[in-house]
Structure formats: C-alpha cells, structure tokens
Design a protein around this ligand. Sequence first.
Ligand SMILES: Cc1cc2nc3c(=O)[nH]c(=O)nc-3n(C[C@H](O)[C@H](O)[C@H](O)COP(=O)(O)OP(=O)(O)OC[C@H]3O[C@@H](n4cnc5c(N)ncnc54)[C@H](O)[C@@H]3O)c2cc1C
Length: 307
Amino acid sequence: MRTDIRPLQGALRTALPELQLTEDAPLSACTTLRLGGPADLLAEPSDEASLGRLLREAASFGVPVTVIGRGSNLLVRDGGIRGLVIRVASAMRDLSVNGETLSAEAGASLAETAALAQRSGLAGLAFASGIPGAVGGGTVMNAGAYGGELKDAITAVEGLRMDGTPFRYAGDEMGFGYRHSRLQDEGGIVTRVSFRLAPGDPKTIAAEMNELNERRRAKQPLDVPSAGSTFKRPEGHFAGALIEQCGLKGYAVGGARVSEKHAGFLVSTGGSAADFEALMDHVARVVLEETGIRLEPEIRILGEAPQ
Ligand SMILES: Cc1cc2nc3c(=O)[nH]c(=O)nc-3n(C[C@H](O)[C@H](O)[C@H](O)COP(=O)(O)OP(=O)(O)OC[C@H]3O[C@@H](n4cnc5c(N)ncnc54)[C@H](O)[C@@H]3O)c2cc1C
C-alpha cells in the first residue's frame, strides 16, 4: 500500500526548502537495469546536514527509508518502493587527497575516485575504475574486481544511522567479506570513506586501469542494461561457467535474458522486473538441479510487486 508521505513532504519543504524532492519518482531512471516502479518520495540530499535532518524527519513521521547509490547492483520490483528513497549519488561527491589518504564522499563515483587516485600518483584503486557504482554503495557491497576489493584500501567509514545519529567504523570493524559488510545487516547510510593508498607512478596506474577496462569491455555486455554479475561466485566455482554449462546462455523470460557474451550477466532488453526475477529463479533452480550448487544473488532486490 502507498505510504502517506504528504505530512513528511510538507515538513521537509519547510525544514529543507533546497532539498531535491520528487513524488512518485520512477526508479527505472535510477538503476542501470532500467527496471522498477516508483518511489513514493525520492530525495537527493546535497550534504550530510540535510541528510541528517531528512532522516530525523522521516523517523518522526514513521516513514520507512531506503537508500540507493548509483543503482548498479539493484533490481527494483515493478511496484516500486514505499516511503522515502534517499539517493546518494548525484550530490555529496566531494573528493580530497592528503598524503597517501584519499577521502571520498559517498556519492562520488568509483570511477572518479579511482581517477583522482591515479592523477595523484596513488596506487590501490585501479581495479575499481570500471565498477559503475558510487563509493557508498561500493563500500556496503565491498565491491571488487581483478583480485582487488575496496576493503583492502578502506581505513574508515563514516555515516548516519537511520535515526540520524552518526557512526564511524575503522576499516577492520566493518565486517567485510566477499561482497559483504556489516552495514548490509545493520543498515545506516555511508556518508564518507577514507582510503589508505600507496605511492605509484601515474602512468603505470593509468596503463593498469586501461588494461582492466579493456578486459571488461571484451568480456562483459556493457552495451545492454544489467546490474553486473547477478549471482555471487560460489566457493570454488564461477557462476557464469555453471550457468553456461547448464545450457542457459541466451535463455530468456520476457525481456530478461542470460547474456550471450557472459552468462554470469543477466541483462534486460526492456521487459519487467518480474521477468528478471523469474529468470533469476529459473537459472538458480536449473543450476541447483544439474550441478547441486546453490547460486546466491549478488544483486540486491528492493521494493514490492504491483498491488
Ligand atoms: C556493468 C556492470 C559491471 C559491474 N562490475 C562489478 C565488479 O566488477 N565488481 C563489483 O563488485 N560489482 C560490480 N558491479 C555491481 C555494482 O557496480 C557494485 O556492487 C557497486 O558497488 C554498487 O554501487 P551503487 O552505488 O550502484 O549501489 P546501489 O546498487 O545503488 O546499492 C547497492 C546496495 O548498497 C546500498 N547503498 C547504496 N548506497 C549506500 C550508502 N550511501 N549507504 C548505505 N547503503 C548504500 C543499497 O541500499 C543496496 O543495498 C557491476 C555492475 C554493472 C552494471
């Protein structure tokens, strides 16, 4: 059922007149899969103070809050998300370097963060330059590629709990694991992340970034909407290889399809989120039946089916 967001909306218009607020905002425009129904209310705060106020107001009106970043690891269901969706990606993108420490606001893209590190002669984030997420989403997911993971460089994570109170964790308190961090279990919104990097030659780092991005372009279906690898890598296996081995390359449900280029990527050619979820279920069921291996989703599924 649609949450009544009008009292919150009214309070926010008075308390935060500058805040960008959109009612019934189509979330398909905020995800790389280009799927998903509307958010009752979408807010894009420009700084931590307005984010804090936003959270406190939402809590006082009992409106549920969901946070998203660049939407590159998300399947939003066709009915959309009830309550308030906070997008930390279009603003809160400040980046700075001090010695070997790079400080990034959560809305900065991983690409621009890796590019600043490269220009500053700091090695350790080249692997992240082709990951299409933001620093906040990447930290929560412990994004990684080509042998690197964000956890290797993160020294501190700051943010706000859903009631607006601040938190700060050192990197080794974040409970990082494969595509996992404690924030997936306890919630909270990342606002700033500190990375400890190592001195490096900018030309060598640029060459590494180019080579990794070339490998990405050669192997991944980057020209079709996706959320990257749909499933986590099962211990000792590759999800894409298992899916291919089961003869599922090219298999489609409505507009959702197993990529011909990389079977680990389920892509959307314009159907619905329901098609996509049905394809995920089918692929996981066939792989379990044929190999005995259970595929777990890497992508995060949010929202509800249409009522
Ligand atoms: C073509 C393609 C290639 C990809 N390649 C890789 C890859 O090589 N390696 C990899 O790890 N991933 C990859 N991904 C997946 C994705 O880019 C990463 O998981 C990325 O880190 C997600 O960041 P995001 O900002 O898009 O987060 P979203 O997808 O918006 O959100 C992901 C999760 O984080 C939460 N979240 C987002 N922002 C915040 C915040 N500020 N505070 C608290 N919680 C937050 C959301 O609630 C959600 O649970 C790929 C995706 C695509 C489309």
